[in-house]
Ligand binder design. Structure first.
Ligand SMILES: Cc1ncc(COP(=O)(O)O)c(C=O)c1O
Length: 402
């Protein structure tokens, strides 16, 4: 602890990243993955695929390395990827973005988010409204940027936000409404009414919408609707996506932003001093991926739907109450019918009881709201069907140990 600065200690403590003695505590994800490794349990905790992505994309990266794409790429990203992002946004959503001024390639969605918050937040008076539970980097990035987090809770089992609570949370102090749709960890896809309300509130209070849409191609009931396509949204929205989930390349960390030029310029001023650039040979590979045919994109959606169905059925058969995700990698299950009253304890015991690892939903919530998620567990469906079937067979033993 002697080497950690007081400023970061305060920041990290504010984001709940430090333990009671000020120590850096391992995240629940690291703890659960270590538990899976130690016990041989099936790890449905962390959300990374256990199969490679499309061969065309992998081959393109190898070719790029062989062809010498190994030095710093341009700061905004290589022209081929900027053009491919622009074409992709136009092809799927009818959105037109200028590759030269309205698109920025980043080191994953995580850097896109951090650079955006650092660029736009001006201090504790600037509030960031965020739907809770949330992907854990959000609170850390808001804390790093010195802003104030204003969580709007999403309630089991449908996880749609209460629009009155949302209306109360957004005020003239709101600098950013931070959206994640489809949503991690709940799997919710926001309703059209919710999307419209977010845009109306952002307009009324002159807030920027920052939207994390990394699961854009993994929606189960209807095609994804980017919030930037709504009337009045485009000019005040920073849309963030990433290649990791779509092309099963989470380790490549290629992400991107689409936004009006003035917002991209502001974000670029920060991004160039975070990583400056990354992933030279991966950028042309992801450009090739974004240009794959429609059958690839419908294929990954159907594939994830099948996996989510196998997982959901397994959890229900084991005695959990199971939510119905509309998209993304995850399914949330309530362990209360199995006698649990504390999901953290339940998750720590699950590897021994049933040989499976999940993550308690409280890990994605701030202290005051954790009670609402006390018995809920997130399971990842982004694994091979054979792995999910193995998990299903193991989970059956829960019924007998209830
Ligand atoms: C909602 C959400 N945003 C961002 C990320 C991270 O994206 P990247 O790996 O591109 O930084 C994840 C990964 O789990 C996520 O679930």
């Amino acid at each position: 602890m002697t080497n950690i600065s007081g400023a970061w200690r305060r920041t990290a403590a504010g984001a709940g990243l430090l333990g009671p003695e000020g120590e850096v505590s391992p995240t629940i994800f690291a703890e659960m993955s270590a538990l899976a490794a130690r016990t041989g349990a099936v790890n449905l905790g962390q959300g990374f695929p256990d199969e490679d992505g499309p061969a065309e994309v992998l081959v393109a990266a190898r070719r790029a390395i062989a062809d010498g794409a190994n030095q710093y790429p341009p700061g905004r990203g290589i022209p081929g990827l900027l053009a491919a992002v622009s074409e992709h946004q136009s092809r799927f959503y009818g959105l037109g973005w200028d590759p030269g001024s309205e698109i920025l390639v980043t080191a994953g969605a995580t850097e896109a988010l951090a650079a955006t918050l650092l660029a736009l937040i001006d201090g504790p008076g600037d509030e960031v409204v965020v739907f809770e539970p949330f992907y854990d980097a959000y609170a850390a990035a808001v804390a790093l940027a010195g802003g104030t987090l204003v969580p709007v809770p999403l309630a089991w089992p449908d996880f749609q936000p209460d629009l009155d609570a949302l209306g109360d949370a957004v005020t003239d102090r709101t600098r950013i409404i931070l959206v994640n749709d489809p949503h991690n960890p709940t799997g919710v896809v926001f309703s059209a009414e919710t999307r419209e309300r977010i845009v109306a509130l952002a307009e009324r209070h002159d807030a920027v919408i920052v939207t994390d849409e990394v699961y854009e191609h993994l929606t189960f009931d209807a095609p994804h609707v980017p919030i930037a396509t709504l009337p009045g949204a485009r000019e005040r929205t920073v849309s963030i996506s990433s290649a990791g989930k779509t092309f099963r390349t989470t380790g490549w960390k290629i992400g991107w932003i689409t936004a009006p030029a003035d917002l991209v310029t502001a974000i670029l001023t920060v991004k160039q001093f975070l990583t400056f650039v990354n992933g030279s040979p991966f950028q042309p590979a992801i450009a090739a991926g974004l240009r794959l045919g429609d059958d690839f994109f419908s294929g990954i959606r159907e594939d994830m739907r099948r996996r989510k169905d196998v997982l959901g059925a397994a959890l229900a058969a084991a005695g959990f109450a199971v939510s119905r995700p509309g998209g993304g990698y995850f399914t949330v299950a309530d362990a209360a019918p199995l006698g649990a009253d504390d999901a953290v304890r339940f998750c720590r015991e699950l590897p021994d009881r049933a040989g499976v690892v999940g993550v308690p939903l409280t890990a994605f919530a701030t202290e005051p709201h954790r009670g609402a998620y006390a018995t809920l567990v997130r399971f990842a469906a982004c694994k091979r069907i054979s792995v999910l079937e193995d998990a299903a067979a193991r989970l059956q033993s829960l019924g007998s140990t209830r």
